[in-house]
Ligand binder design. Structure first.
Ligand code: HEM
Length: 135
């Protein structure tokens, strides 16, 4: 994974602001209507939270000491939201679709591989933490 290439791409995509989160959730719920009821809070707030989390993850993608504790904490919190491991690939697919859409002609196989690898690590760390018994 090329961390700098991923950061550059997120800078490009993120310049579209809240539209990115709106596109992501529209795609996720269109393809997986059964996930919609899990989101009980205000979606406008959720859009902001997702973008903040993604920015933080991308900024620390090459800093394991910062990234791993953050993801473990996020993963544990997702237990309380009714999220199970099976849902992660759907979220990953909608994230990739969103990134590809906003990247436009910049999107290519290298970016697809970078993001697939990065999301794989994020999902794995979150799920591992979520699966551990609460101390
Ligand atoms: C890259 C992976 C993910 C990231 C960065 C992420 C980010 C977030 C953030 C920042 C929140 C706000 C609450 C908090 O910070 O504790 C949240 C809530 C939530 N996430 Fe995720 N999430 C991810 C994966 C997933 C997956 C796979 C699902 C499955 C459908 C999911 C469903 C939810 C739900 C249901 C909530 C609660 C929404 C509400 O309060 O209405 N997330 N997520």
């Amino acid at each position: 994974m090329d961390a700098q290439r991923l950061k550059n791409n997120f800078a490009l995509v993120g310049a579209n602001g809240i539209d990115v989160a709106e596109y992501f959730y529209a795609d996720l719920f269109e393809k997986n209507p059964r996930l919609r009821p899990l989101f009980t809070g205000a979606m406008a707030k959720q859009h902001e939270k997702l973008l903040t989390a993604l920015s933080h993850i991308v900024a620390s993608v090459d800093d394991e000491g910062e990234l791993v504790p953050y993801l473990r904490d996020l993963g544990r919190r997702h237990n309380g939201f009714g999220v199970v491991a099976d849902y992660y690939p759907h979220v990953g697919a909608s994230l990739l679709a969103t990134l590809a859409y906003f990247s436009g002609p910049e999107w290519n196989d290298d970016l697809e591989q970078d993001w697939t690898a990065a999301y794989g690590v994020v999902a794995q760390v979150m799920q591992e933490a979520a699966a551990e018994p609460v101390a």
